[in-house]
Design a binder for this molecule. Structure first.
Ligand SMILES: [Fe+2]
Ligand SMILES: [Fe+2]
Length: 233
């Protein structure tokens, strides 16, 4: 069963999210050497990287859901800062790196090798095309709530719950239909090319890679300012 749909426990996902961030910090503390990074990259298959990226994204999405359900506390600035940081991460990482590689390297090839997945690929491609805009729209709706007040809260809440459900379903479809076919149909050489391409993603939230310097500040802001049980704030 796909990880992102098999773990329904919200607390577990939030704990996972936190563990990923801590692990990424530990890795960063241990070594920034090229050899260390290369060793990790060689050890992971593309399919494992995709599943790990899904798991970290699912954890982020469930953390966002919990944040919105809890609502702003007295410190509204903290609430909006954390949610903005989470939305920015989704816009910055999965939308720009994860999805394009799936579309270009996975989907285009698997429909030729296993035509029966055409319907699923069609839906997933439409999802990829619409989700970047959805992430931007959410950032705008959040800003509206922050700057214009509670009258804009419901619009944001409805949109983010819809987005979270949509995203979890999207990843579940990829894991249940596409990845098993890739495993079955791709040649050893195809898989090797895929492994190299996905290793370059190096999503720090999976816990396997040190965060790039520009992400460090973002993660530590999210973890230290998000309220318990999501973060340490
Ligand atoms: Fe996707
Ligand atoms: Fe995906």
């Amino acid at each position: 069963m796909p990880y992102c749909s098999s773990v329904g426990n919200r607390e577990a996902l939030n704990a996972y999210f936190l563990t990923c961030v801590r692990a990424s910090n530990d890795i960063n503390g241990q070594s920034e050497s090229h050899h260390f990074r290369k060793r990790i990259m060689q050890a992971l298959s593309a399919l494992q990287i995709i599943r790990d990226e899904h798991a970290s994204l699912a954890a982020m999405l469930q953390s966002m859901r919990l944040m919105v359900q809890m609502g702003p506390s007295d410190d509204t600035r903290k609430f909006f800062d954390v949610l903005r940081g989470m939305l920015f991460y989704i816009d910055e990482f999965p939308e720009r790196l994860h999805h394009p590689k799936e579309s270009n390297l996975l989907f285009s090839k698997i429909v030729k090798l296993a035509p029966q997945v055409m319907g699923a690929v069609d839906k997933l491609e439409r999802d990829h095309m619409s989700s970047e805009k959805a992430a931007r729209d959410l950032q705008h709706l959040l800003l509206s709530w922050e700057l214009l007040g509670p009258s804009r809260r419901t619009a944001f809440e409805e949109a983010i719950y819809k987005y979270i459900d949509f995203y979890l379903e999207h990843m579940s479809l990829e894991e249940s239909i596409i990845l098993p076919e890739v495993e079955r149909c791709f040649s050893a050489q195809d898989k090797l090319m895929l492994d190299e391409a996905f290793a370059e993603n190096a999503d720090p939230l999976t816990g396997h890679y040190p965060p790039a310097q520009e992400f460090e500040k973002l993660f530590s802001m999210v973890v230290t300012r998000a309220p318990s049980p999501i973060g340490l704030g």
